[in-house]
Ligand binder design. Structure first.
Ligand code: PBG
Length: 330
């Protein structure tokens, strides 16, 4: 035989030398669920190991992550029901605890990179990412709220804004508002291809943000999030986000959409991010807790597969754990 591929797998040294893809803490973003208050650390029942934290505990968490080499954080607020309304006004109120927390975190840890969530759902009494009226999600009216939210988040100190709402034209509307307010250095990581997925369940539990079953509109997000059957459509979204000024393109979820990650990687020069979402992490945790899979092996293999598909950045609930277990990367 002239060709024996196994020769390049013969020893640990050879395998290390011929490794194509590496993964370490600097590629990973740790999600954080923030609640108002003090001394709060509530585990999310459907996502063991993830917690709703008050700011005092978030500061500890950020410090620990920074020590482990995780430098980027994506933050989501769990908002009390009485602060929610039809148009998500709490999202840009100056006394919003999420905005105040970002300012405090940046003051304590200026080296941390803070990524926000731009969408109405944490603040919406309807649990939708846009304004609901007459059985419809109002696209253009929602853009005005997203623009206000963006400027408020940039003012609070967020480094990168993450529009997760899937309204048409949001990246352009945000870029315009940010530039007009002088925030030319605030970046946009757009949820470019965000699918109407069943894998967001534990996240919606954490934030109590599931779309409400209302006679007026179905309790799903199918009129704005993408159809899981569609791949070419991701290229349309990618093109729009790029011309509108996005600095990163994101695919979400990650594992069931590795082909979409690869497609964007092949068709864009921008950094590609993937969101390894709550339900995907929960599945793996459930199997490991049952003794059916080995966490220390299945977790890094999973993250590696997302990177191999073509991502630069992976948002995953396993970020801190990976950094702790694999300090030198893999
Ligand atoms: C909200 C948002 C969602 C997630 C991130 N931002 C939920 C949704 O669209 O309903 C899901 C993340 C996860 O499941 O880990 N716009």
């Amino acid at each position: 035989m002239f060709r024996r591929p196994r020769r390049n797998r013969v020893s640990a040294a050879v395998r290390a030398m011929t490794t194509e893809i590496h993964l370490n803490a600097q590629h990973l973003v740790q999600p954080i669920f923030l609640v108002d208050g003090q001394g709060i650390k509530n585990e999310v029942p459907s996502l063991p190991g993830s917690f709703r934290l008050s700011l005092d505990n978030v500061l500890k968490e950020v410090e620990e992550c920074l020590t482990l080499g995780i430098q980027s954080f994506i933050m989501f607020p769990a908002v009390a029901d009485e602060l929610k309304d039809k148009t998500g006004t709490y999202g840009y109120r100056p006394d919003n605890f999420y905005l105040k927390a970002a300012t405090e975190i940046k003051k304590r840890f200026p080296e941390a990179c803070l990524i926000s969530d731009v969408a109405l759902d944490p603040y919406s009494s309807d649990g939708h990412d846009g304004i609901v009226r007459g059985g419809k999600i109002l696209n253009d009216e929602t853009l005005e709220v997203l623009a206000k939210m963006s400027v408020a988040q940039a003012e609070a100190g967020f480094d990168i804004l993450g529009p997760s709402d899937m309204m048409d034209g949001r990246v352009g509307a945000m870029r315009l508002a940010l530039d007009e307010a002088g925030f030319t250095d605030t970046a946009i990581m757009s949820y470019t291809a965000k699918y109407a997925s069943a894998f967001y369940g534990p996240f919606r539990d954490a934030l109590d943000s599931a779309p409400k079953a209302d006679a007026d509109i179905p309790a799903d997000k199918k009129t704005y999030q993408m159809n899981p059957a569609n791949k070419r459509e991701a290229l349309i979204e990618a093109e729009l986000d790029t011309v509108e000024g996005a600095d990163y393109l994101m695919v979400k979820p990650a594992l069931n959409y590795l082909d979409v990650i690869h497609l964007l990687r092949e068709n864009s020069e921008l950094p590609i991010a993937a969101y390894h979402v709550s339900g995907e992490c929960a599945m793996l945790l459930a199997a490991c807790r049952n003794g059916w899979l080995d966490y220390d092996k299945a977790m890094p293999e999973t993250l590696l597969s997302i990177r191999r598909a073509g991502t630069d950045v992976i948002i995953t609930y396993f970020a801190k754990d990976f950094a702790r277990k694999f300090p030198a990367g893999i």
